[in-house]
Write a protein that binds this ligand. Sequence first.
Ligand code: ZN
Length: 411
Amino acid sequence: MELIIRNARLPDSPAGAPDIDIGIEGGRIVALAPGLPAAAAEFDAGGRLVCAGFIETHIHLDKSCIIGRCAPEIGREVAAVPRVAAVKPGFTVADVTERAARTLRKCIAHGTTRMRTHVEVDPAIGLRGFDGVRAAAAAHAWAIDVEICVFPQEGLTGAPEVEALMVAALRNGASVVGAAPGYDADPAGQIRRVFALARAFDADIDMHLDLGDSAEHMDIHLVAELTEQYRLGGRVAVGHVTKLSRLPPPRLREIGRRLADVGVAVTVLPATDLFLMGRDQDHDVRRGVVDANALTEMGVNCSISTNNVLNPFTPYGDCSLLRMANLHANVLQVSQPARLHDCFDMLTARPARLMNLADYGIAVGNPADLVVLDAADPVQAVAEIAHPLAAFKRGRRSLTRAAAVLHPPDD
Ligand SMILES: [Zn+2]
């Protein structure tokens, strides 16, 4: 064995169970048992929580870290798409690569080892965003696997050049088809085109969907219908769906059960949704974050993700997924330990299912993508936004983060 991580608490360890040693060889987990007798290089987790690396299912590397070059918000009007569109023509491949790399390194520093990034194409940006993100991903493959979802942020129907760009990206390494029908003159038309593209390329689908302040005109019904019609259950995800947050429980349950039945997953993006929703109000502002815990309890697969970092859609971001889970729990008033544990699962096992990752998790045979958290269990990790102290990608140490040391005067 090349490495043994000793004395690990696993996320689903029953209370009182002994700590586990994780044996690693050839980048993979080869043994899991208390007190492994083998000799090898060692990392002592000291009874801390060791989990499979976090998974970001929805982030925008290409337009991260641009808040300093965008026009400021006027009043309560966000106008995020036009403010980004105004600076996009200035994006070069090198510029996108540099900003994407900066964001990737923050994700790595917070324990993320796998990612689906959305990358936009349109006539102004062409494939420069795509090329820049690919370069940044290749340069950080030692720490994180990046999957690209290509999507039309500024409209697809009636723009054959945009579809040509999506096809070019899908032929050159993008493996998921995305969408933003809310910004298309013909939302239903875009959704149908995206399903057609996904079928042509045998690709999964991940859409921005139903981002809005009222529950009217929801596209989720068409997405459910097409998922069922084309038997794509388990291969379709939708992000935001803030309109669902406006529904009373019986209506939400109806839609939740339908999504569970047809196999459409939901990604909740609390930082962006809190920032963008309720802009028509000047006090008592609604939160606009759909309840991922309620949806999972209806049988829907959910993930919690970062989405935008330091741009007009979300002018914040440390790329900590644990902070996103904590934010979701805080906003949705989640306190029961089992539900906080489920928030943790929405950064790990659930997004693995959403992305159809067959080799994810702490099990013999899987890649040793592991994170050591300064917490005893998933509930504490979410409640306290625990720091990752170390991460391993395919068994190789990819992160060290020293625990804080206090210096009292008599120290
Ligand atoms: Zn997004």
